[in-house]
Design a protein around this ligand. Structure first.
Ligand code: MN
Length: 196
């Protein structure tokens, strides 16, 4: 993954490189998700950093060392930055490098997608489903609650689907599984592979 560094001890709002994502995620959902939810996490993180002793560290190190509210807000900033960055209205297809790794570790790309969706659908409450690479380069799927990020497990995070209700409720109501299935249409696999 690409880490995010603060400027003068403060983190900038992660970009939203589109207004809507076809019929997969609406402009209304994105305006609340990015403009309100993520904005609040960034503002809270920047309020909590001064005096914490973690002011000038990259975000992954803040997450590794912080606890409580600082951990929650820092985690949510990194999680959302990765989530919004990996989608596109003109997504690039999966390259051979990642395809070979997924086939090696899950049997097939389809089997990986099915397990990823299933782990997103069965995560109880709020959280994130992640694809990461471990220290040996093996790909693993993890379910993580609330603001957790795989960097705390020593993993390199590659892809994430947000399963907090705020990510899908306006468009899909209670149909979390339908939201997860639809997201594959907008994943830019070049962005994912660049995180390897
Ligand atoms: Mn979210």
């Amino acid at each position: 993954m690409k880490d995010i560094k603060p400027v003068n001890g403060q983190f900038a709002m992660p970009a939203l490189p589109y207004e809507a994502l076809g019929n997969v995620i609406s402009k209304e959902t994105l305006s609340f998700h990015h403009g309100k939810h993520l904005k609040a996490y960034v503002d809270n993180l920047n309020k909590m950093l001064p005096g914490s002793g973690l002011e000038n560290l990259p975000l992954s190190e803040v997450i590794y060392k912080a606890e409580g509210g600082l951990f929650n807000n820092a985690g949510q900033v990194l999680n959302h930055a990765m989530y919004f960055e990996q989608f596109s209205n003109n997504p690039q297809p999966m390259g051979n490098r990642l395809k070979v790794m997924l086939e090696r570790d899950f049997g097939s790309v389809e089997a990986f997608m099915k397990e990823f969706e299933q782990k997103g659908a069965t995560l109880f409450g709020s959280g994130w489903v992640w694809l990461s690479a471990d220290k040996d380069g093996k790909l693993v799927i993890t379910q993580q609650k609330n603001a957790e990020n795989p960097v705390t497990l020593g993993l390199n995070p590659l892809l994430t689907f947000d399963v907090w209700e705020h990510a899908y409720y306006l468009d899909y109501q209670n149909r979390r599984a339908d939201y997860l299935t639809a997201l594959w249409q907008i994943v830019d696999w070049q962005v994912v592979e660049d995180r390897l």
